[in-house]
Design a protein around this ligand. Structure first.
Ligand code: SF4
Ligand code: SF4
Length: 422
């Protein structure tokens, strides 16, 4: 492992244990190795040459949701996520990356054409191999038990992506760029559409970033730095050349990648570093853009008392926690739905998705997620609104398992509804 990069980061840990009191995973594992202090100590031992068990270290670093709760609570500002991601990347370099990950991260995610082909193939496979389960939050397919995913449900994939639904020449040029993200383009195109239509109410010319590569976060958190770099190179060069006034993200995790993670893993001397810094400054979350440009203040008055207190806001860890943008989402929601909004019980509990953690250990991810949606439903929430693609995927799956009447939507869908139906 790279001692030079990691030593200054691990040195900051005072072993105080505050991180254990907030760790999402600790109540599940009840082990020191699952919390930030344990992981930082293991990395420290490895770079000091005291522990050479790379496999055990890889296992420990993979067992983390990267929710960032430890980092936010840490009195010494230890950059836990950076330590874990750098550690994962160093170990992947040493031990190799599984073939399926190399294909998905290295070939599919950087290419818009490959993503389209993958969605089409996956949509056909769903119809052939999975069972349909209509739920309150939309049609899902359920995996058979033999997959070892304990009844996981996934959304029915659409025939056409959001980008594919745009008319020829539509949203090609504009001072503001919408970076829709893979999930809101290929899995929930209605979210991409709602985000686009509501951004247009700002009076600015909106262009949709076409042929976008994935933001690169899934590859980066898996330790596949080369594939993450390919995605970043594809995106940063073209975004920079377009010289937009703003780049708006409906997904908090894609935004975090552009605003923070890209800069922490691009080497300083990399030719794209300067451009990446300038692009990061232009990136903004969906709710802030709507507030700043007056879209929200111009919304028609919401109806009174329809479903008072039934719509809540879920805080995505990356967006509300790390980027501190929870207030903006609530302000937009309050204006869009009026007194139907009420603070949700357990709003800041992690949904348990954690990107690749959900694939690596689905039973644990599902226990954390089921607790999240149960707490919300018991508190009287009937609709959960949020602004992160991973959280929506996870909470829809959890709602299908726990309470099929619970709806999980993107904030933009409710704003679009408010604009269209009043
Ligand atoms: S809270 Fe911070 S300083 Fe304290 S043990 Fe955890 S990582 Fe180390
Ligand atoms: S990122 Fe989340 S799951 Fe990982 S160690 Fe920190 S608090 Fe625990």
């Amino acid at each position: 492992m790279s001692r030079e990069e990691l030593a200054p980061l691990t040195l900051a840990c005072a072993k105080c244990g505050t991180c254990r009191t907030v760790c999402t995973l600790y109540p599940e594992r009840k082990a020191e190795i699952s919390v930030a202090r344990g992981k930082v100590a293991l990395v420290d031992a490895a770079i000091s040459g005291l522990d050479g068990n790379a496999e055990a270290l890889q296992e420990a670093l993979s067992d983390c949701l990267l929710c960032g709760r430890c980092e936010r609570a840490c009195p010494n500002q230890v950059r836990v996520e950076e330590i874990i991601m750098k550690g994962r990347a160093d170990l992947a370099e040493e031990m190799g990356i599984p073939a399926w990950k190399q294909v998905v991260f290295g070939r599919v995610m950087p290419s818009a054409a490959a993503k389209n082909a993958a969605r089409t193939a996956a949509a056909s496979a769903q119809k052939l191999f999975l069972r349909k389960v209509p739920t309150g939050s939309g049609l899902h397919y359920r995996f058979p038990e033999k997959f070892g995913w304990e009844g996981r449900t996934v959304p029915a994939l659409p025939g056409t992506s959001f980008l594919g639904s745009l008319a020829h020449g539509e949203a090609v040029r504009g001072e503001v760029i919408l970076f829709v993200g893979c999930v809101f383009d290929h899995v929930f195109p209605q979210v991409g559409r709602a985000a686009y239509e509501t951004l247009r109410r700002s009076g600015k010319k909106i262009s949709v970033f076409r042929d976008a590569a994935c933001c690169g976060l899934p590859a980066l958190v898996s330790g596949d730095k080369a594939s993450a770099l390919r995605c970043v190179e594809e995106n940063i060069g073209r975004l920079s050349a377009a010289s937009p006034e703003r780049i708006v993200f409906p997904c908090g995790s894609c935004l975090l990648m552009f605003r923070r993670n890209v800069l922490s893993f691009l080497p300083k001397g990399h030719p794209l570093y300067g451009q990446a810094v300038r692009v990061a400054d232009l990136c903004e979350d969906y709710a802030s853009f709507l507030l700043e440009t007056g879209v929200v203040s111009r919304l028609p008055d919401p109806p009174k008392g329809e479903k008072a207190g039934r719509i809540g806001y879920h805080d995505p860890c990356h967006l509300s926690g790390t980027l501190g943008k929870g207030g903006e989402g609530r302000e937009v929601l309050r204006r869009a739905v009026g007194d139907s909004f009420a603070e949700m019980k357990g709003a800041d509990l992690c949904c348990g998705y954690g990107g690749t953690f959900n694939i690596r250990d689905y039973p644990t991810s599902a226990r954390i997620g089921q607790n999240k949606v149960s707490v919300a439903a018991e508190g009287g929430t009937a609709v959960i609104a949020t602004a992160c693609s991973g959280c929506i995927l996870q909470m829809r799956d959890m709602a299908a398992r726990t309470d099929p009447s619970l709806r999980v939507v993107h904030l933009a869908e409710l704003v679009f509804q408010a604009i269209s139906h009043r």
